[in-house]
Design a binder for this molecule. Structure first.
Ligand SMILES: [Zn+2]
Length: 266
């Protein structure tokens, strides 16, 4: 039995996991300034010795260098606060959770999370891939105009695809009601996401690409233009040989965090 916690800017999701499956799950509001206290509470209330926590942070050597949406975590060594927990990037956890939900069938698995910001996770040969600790930060690939990003640099992919910078959710709602301008917006959005994701696909040659995060609710409105853009941009790799799917569960981050901790994969 293990416990997985997925810390997000709006909600903190937790799951008790046994035999690779979620037995119980719950959701708490992310309260500013109380995030560490809330996580401590969840860990204390549950007796599981194995705990995995996914955090929306730029991680370096186990330290949360910056958490753009949860400033309380900035600069914190989370291993110091949660001694028995394995700390990981939230997208790493989500990628592994989605991998497990598909029975480990697809590998390499690339997960792209489109939310307030843009992140990614990779499972390769059954293992979450984090490089030296900070791999897969797809949101900070450069070459996308000149807007300043929260990471301190300019021109990041996230500044044209993250909900913090572009109003995707509002346009998605309008597009669902048939608004032509909003439909066009969503097509353009798909193309720009395709451009960003093309760099990762060209490098990693994944078997499956999963779109997660809040914006994935509008998956149908942008996936086709995204694939069209990929068809134009990818060399050697054929976009029709890649499986594209939407994330299966809101709790895949919590599930993945628990399994990565339980299986000692990081
Ligand atoms: Zn950036």
């Amino acid at each position: 039995m293990s416990l997985g916690i997925d810390v997000g800017g709006t909600n903190i999701l937790a799951a008790r996991v046994e035999n690779g499956e979620i037995q119980e799950k719950w959701k708490l509001k992310t309260k500013k300034g109380e995030v560490i206290k809330i996580i401590e509470g969840i860990i204390e209330e549950n007796e599981e010795k194995i705990v995995g926590i996914g955090v929306p942070c730029y991680l370096r050597n186990g330290i949360c260098v910056k958490a753009p949406n949860i400033s309380e975590l900035d600069g914190k060594d989370l291993g110091h606060y949660f001694k028995r927990a394995i700390i990981m990037n939230d997208c790493t956890a989500m990628a592994y959770g989605e991998y497990a939900l598909r029975g480990g069938k697809y590998d390499p698995l690339l997960l792209v999370a489109l939310g307030t910001g843009v992140g990614a996770g990779l499972v390769f040969k059954g293992m979450p891939y984090i490089g030296k600790g900070s791999a897969m930060e797809i949101g900070h690939i450069k070459g996308f105009f000149t807007q300043r990003c929260k990471c301190g640099k300019t021109g990041c992919f996230e500044t044209v695809a993250g909900g913090k910078y572009v109003n995707v959710e509002k346009n998605a709602k309008r597009a669902m009601n048939g608004d032509k301008e909003a439909l066009e917006f969503m097509k353009d959005y798909g193309r720009i996401v395709g451009r960003g994701v093309s760099y990762a696909i060209q490098l990693l040659d994944p078997e499956i690409v999963i779109i997660g995060g809040g914006i994935s609710n509008a998956y149908e409105l942008f996936i086709e233009p995204m694939k069209e853009e990929l068809a134009e941009l990818l060399s050697i790799i054929d976009v029709d040989n890649i499986i594209f799917e939407r994330a299966k569960s809101e709790y895949s981050g919590a599930l993945g965090a628990a399994l990565i901790a339980e299986r000692g994969l990081l």
